[in-house]
Design a protein around this ligand. Structure first.
Ligand code: DX5
Ligand code: ZN
Length: 218
Protein backbone atom coordinates (compact mmCIF):
# COMPACT_ATOMS: atom_id res chain seq x y z
CA UNK A 1 0.00 0.00 0.00
CA UNK A 2 1.58 3.24 -1.19
CA UNK A 3 1.29 6.38 0.95
CA UNK A 4 1.68 9.86 -0.50
CA UNK A 5 3.24 12.67 1.49
CA UNK A 6 3.03 15.90 -0.55
CA UNK A 7 5.87 18.34 0.19
CA UNK A 8 4.53 21.86 0.68
CA UNK A 9 7.95 23.40 -0.03
CA UNK A 10 6.90 24.60 -3.47
CA UNK A 11 3.20 25.15 -2.92
CA UNK A 12 1.59 28.58 -3.17
CA UNK A 13 2.04 30.02 0.34
CA UNK A 14 -0.28 32.92 -0.44
CA UNK A 15 -3.10 30.36 -0.26
CA UNK A 16 -1.76 27.68 2.03
CA UNK A 17 -5.22 26.80 3.36
CA UNK A 18 -6.51 26.10 -0.14
CA UNK A 19 -3.39 24.15 -1.11
CA UNK A 20 -3.63 21.86 1.93
CA UNK A 21 -7.35 21.28 1.44
CA UNK A 22 -6.80 20.52 -2.24
CA UNK A 23 -4.18 17.80 -1.64
CA UNK A 24 -6.14 16.41 1.28
CA UNK A 25 -9.16 15.95 -0.98
CA UNK A 26 -6.91 14.54 -3.68
CA UNK A 27 -5.95 11.63 -1.39
CA UNK A 28 -2.76 12.69 0.43
CA UNK A 29 -1.96 10.47 3.41
CA UNK A 30 0.24 12.95 5.29
CA UNK A 31 1.85 16.35 4.79
CA UNK A 32 5.62 16.56 4.25
CA UNK A 33 7.21 19.60 5.85
CA UNK A 34 10.79 20.43 4.83
CA UNK A 35 12.64 22.37 7.50
CA UNK A 36 15.97 23.82 6.27
CA UNK A 37 18.43 25.91 8.25
CA UNK A 38 20.75 27.30 5.58
CA UNK A 39 23.66 25.36 7.17
CA UNK A 40 22.91 21.69 6.63
CA UNK A 41 21.57 22.55 3.19
CA UNK A 42 22.14 25.67 1.08
CA UNK A 43 18.58 26.92 1.51
CA UNK A 44 16.29 28.25 4.24
CA UNK A 45 12.65 27.22 4.25
CA UNK A 46 10.38 27.67 7.27
CA UNK A 47 9.94 26.74 10.90
CA UNK A 48 7.52 26.75 13.82
CA UNK A 49 4.90 29.31 12.68
CA UNK A 50 4.33 27.35 9.48
CA UNK A 51 4.07 24.06 11.39
CA UNK A 52 1.48 25.63 13.72
CA UNK A 53 -0.49 26.87 10.74
CA UNK A 54 -0.45 23.54 8.90
CA UNK A 55 -1.45 21.74 12.10
CA UNK A 56 -4.54 23.94 12.32
CA UNK A 57 -5.38 23.40 8.66
CA UNK A 58 -5.35 19.60 8.57
CA UNK A 59 -5.94 16.47 10.57
CA UNK A 60 -3.50 14.51 8.41
CA UNK A 61 -0.24 13.46 10.10
CA UNK A 62 2.59 15.99 9.84
CA UNK A 63 5.69 14.35 8.37
CA UNK A 64 8.52 16.68 9.38
CA UNK A 65 11.81 16.34 7.49
CA UNK A 66 14.57 18.12 9.38
CA UNK A 67 17.43 19.37 7.24
CA UNK A 68 19.14 21.16 10.13
CA UNK A 69 22.41 20.62 11.97
CA UNK A 70 22.28 19.07 15.45
CA UNK A 71 18.52 18.43 15.23
CA UNK A 72 18.35 17.30 18.88
CA UNK A 73 18.22 21.01 19.79
CA UNK A 74 14.76 21.44 18.30
CA UNK A 75 13.11 18.01 18.28
CA UNK A 76 11.15 18.53 21.51
CA UNK A 77 9.64 21.71 20.17
CA UNK A 78 8.69 20.17 16.82
CA UNK A 79 7.00 17.35 18.72
CA UNK A 80 5.15 19.76 21.03
CA UNK A 81 3.92 21.72 18.04
CA UNK A 82 2.33 18.67 16.51
CA UNK A 83 4.81 16.72 14.40
CA UNK A 84 3.63 13.12 14.02
CA UNK A 85 6.79 11.84 12.34
CA UNK A 86 10.21 13.45 12.69
CA UNK A 87 12.98 12.45 10.31
CA UNK A 88 16.56 13.61 10.72
CA UNK A 89 19.77 13.03 8.77
CA UNK A 90 22.68 10.82 9.76
CA UNK A 91 24.97 13.54 8.36
CA UNK A 92 23.51 16.28 10.58
CA UNK A 93 25.12 15.14 13.83
CA UNK A 94 27.92 12.85 14.97
CA UNK A 95 27.23 9.15 14.63
CA UNK A 96 27.37 8.57 18.39
CA UNK A 97 24.24 10.73 18.85
CA UNK A 98 22.00 8.89 16.40
CA UNK A 99 20.56 6.35 18.85
CA UNK A 100 19.83 9.03 21.47
CA UNK A 101 18.08 11.25 18.94
CA UNK A 102 15.84 8.37 17.83
CA UNK A 103 14.94 7.81 21.50
CA UNK A 104 14.35 11.52 21.99
CA UNK A 105 11.82 11.53 19.13
CA UNK A 106 10.12 8.36 20.35
CA UNK A 107 9.86 9.69 23.91
CA UNK A 108 7.12 11.98 22.54
CA UNK A 109 5.14 8.94 21.32
CA UNK A 110 5.62 9.91 17.71
CA UNK A 111 7.36 8.15 14.84
CA UNK A 112 11.09 8.42 14.20
CA UNK A 113 12.69 8.48 10.76
CA UNK A 114 16.35 8.46 9.72
CA UNK A 115 17.59 9.76 6.38
CA UNK A 116 20.66 9.68 4.17
CA UNK A 117 21.65 12.02 1.36
CA UNK A 118 22.33 10.47 -2.08
CA UNK A 119 26.06 10.07 -1.52
CA UNK A 120 25.91 8.63 1.99
CA UNK A 121 26.16 4.87 2.33
CA UNK A 122 22.83 3.58 3.61
CA UNK A 123 24.60 0.97 5.76
CA UNK A 124 24.87 3.56 8.59
CA UNK A 125 21.10 3.17 9.01
CA UNK A 126 21.02 -0.62 9.31
CA UNK A 127 21.95 -0.93 13.02
CA UNK A 128 19.01 1.37 13.89
CA UNK A 129 16.34 -0.46 11.86
CA UNK A 130 14.83 -2.23 14.91
CA UNK A 131 14.11 1.15 16.57
CA UNK A 132 13.05 3.15 13.53
CA UNK A 133 9.56 3.68 12.13
CA UNK A 134 10.75 5.04 8.80
CA UNK A 135 13.84 5.32 6.62
CA UNK A 136 14.07 8.22 4.17
CA UNK A 137 16.30 7.69 1.17
CA UNK A 138 16.92 11.04 -0.50
CA UNK A 139 16.57 10.67 -4.24
CA UNK A 140 17.98 14.17 -4.91
CA UNK A 141 20.53 16.32 -3.11
CA UNK A 142 18.44 17.95 -0.35
CA UNK A 143 17.79 21.68 -0.47
CA UNK A 144 15.38 22.34 -3.29
CA UNK A 145 12.20 21.00 -4.83
CA UNK A 146 11.79 20.48 -8.55
CA UNK A 147 14.99 18.48 -9.18
CA UNK A 148 15.40 15.27 -11.19
CA UNK A 149 15.47 11.98 -9.32
CA UNK A 150 18.89 10.25 -9.23
CA UNK A 151 18.10 6.65 -10.28
CA UNK A 152 21.11 5.11 -8.47
CA UNK A 153 19.53 6.02 -5.14
CA UNK A 154 16.87 3.35 -5.72
CA UNK A 155 19.54 0.68 -5.17
CA UNK A 156 19.85 2.02 -1.66
CA UNK A 157 16.11 1.61 -1.16
CA UNK A 158 16.42 -2.01 -2.28
CA UNK A 159 19.26 -2.68 0.14
CA UNK A 160 17.34 -1.17 3.06
CA UNK A 161 14.25 -3.19 2.14
CA UNK A 162 16.34 -6.37 2.04
CA UNK A 163 17.97 -5.56 5.39
CA UNK A 164 14.56 -4.88 6.97
CA UNK A 165 13.11 -8.10 5.54
CA UNK A 166 16.06 -10.00 6.93
CA UNK A 167 15.12 -8.94 10.46
CA UNK A 168 11.40 -9.38 9.75
CA UNK A 169 10.58 -5.70 10.03
CA UNK A 170 7.86 -4.15 7.89
CA UNK A 171 9.31 -0.63 7.96
CA UNK A 172 8.17 2.41 6.00
CA UNK A 173 10.72 3.42 3.37
CA UNK A 174 10.24 6.92 2.09
CA UNK A 175 11.70 8.44 -1.06
CA UNK A 176 12.02 12.18 -1.49
CA UNK A 177 13.03 14.25 -4.51
CA UNK A 178 11.89 14.21 -8.11
CA UNK A 179 9.33 11.46 -7.48
CA UNK A 180 6.19 11.45 -9.62
CA UNK A 181 4.24 9.91 -12.47
CA UNK A 182 7.29 9.59 -14.71
CA UNK A 183 9.12 7.20 -12.37
CA UNK A 184 6.65 5.79 -9.83
CA UNK A 185 6.86 2.29 -11.34
CA UNK A 186 10.63 1.96 -10.75
CA UNK A 187 10.34 3.63 -7.37
CA UNK A 188 7.70 1.14 -6.26
CA UNK A 189 9.71 -1.78 -7.61
CA UNK A 190 12.67 -0.71 -5.45
CA UNK A 191 10.63 -1.36 -2.31
CA UNK A 192 9.70 2.19 -1.27
CA UNK A 193 6.16 2.63 0.09
CA UNK A 194 6.00 6.29 1.17
CA UNK A 195 6.36 8.76 -1.69
CA UNK A 196 7.14 12.40 -1.05
CA UNK A 197 5.81 14.27 -4.04
CA UNK A 198 6.24 18.03 -4.28
CA UNK A 199 6.21 19.66 -7.67
CA UNK A 200 4.36 16.81 -9.37
CA UNK A 201 1.25 17.27 -7.19
CA UNK A 202 1.28 20.98 -6.46
CA UNK A 203 1.91 22.03 -10.05
CA UNK A 204 -0.64 19.56 -11.41
CA UNK A 205 -3.95 20.78 -12.73
CA UNK A 206 -5.61 17.92 -10.91
CA UNK A 207 -3.55 16.55 -8.00
CA UNK A 208 -6.00 13.64 -7.57
CA UNK A 209 -5.05 12.32 -11.01
CA UNK A 210 -1.38 12.26 -10.02
CA UNK A 211 -2.05 10.62 -6.65
CA UNK A 212 -4.40 8.03 -8.16
CA UNK A 213 -1.89 7.22 -10.87
CA UNK A 214 0.89 6.64 -8.35
CA UNK A 215 -1.38 4.62 -6.06
CA UNK A 216 -2.84 2.79 -9.04
CA UNK A 217 -6.38 3.57 -7.93
CA UNK A 218 -8.28 3.10 -11.15
C1 DX5 B 1 14.26 18.53 -0.96
C2 DX5 B 1 13.02 18.25 -0.15
C3 DX5 B 1 11.91 17.60 -0.89
C4 DX5 B 1 11.38 18.34 -2.08
C5 DX5 B 1 10.44 17.47 -2.87
O1 DX5 B 1 15.27 18.89 -0.12
O2 DX5 B 1 13.36 17.39 0.93
O3 DX5 B 1 10.86 17.25 0.01
O4 DX5 B 1 10.77 19.53 -1.74
O5 DX5 B 1 9.97 18.19 -3.96
P1 DX5 B 1 9.98 17.60 -5.45
O6 DX5 B 1 8.97 16.49 -5.47
O7 DX5 B 1 9.58 18.77 -6.27
O8 DX5 B 1 11.35 17.10 -5.75
ZN1 ZN C 1 11.77 16.44 2.21
Amino acid sequence: MIKISPSILNCDFSKLGYEIKRIEEAGADMIHIDVMDGVFVPNISFGFPVIDTVKKLTSLPLDVHLMITEPQRYIDEFAQRGADIITFHTESTSEKNIGDIINQIKSHNIKAGLSVKPNTDESVIIPYLPELDMVLIMTVEPGFGGQKMMPFTLNKVKRIRDAANKIGKDIDIQVDGGVGPTNHVEVKASGANVFVVGTAVFKAENPADVINLIKENF
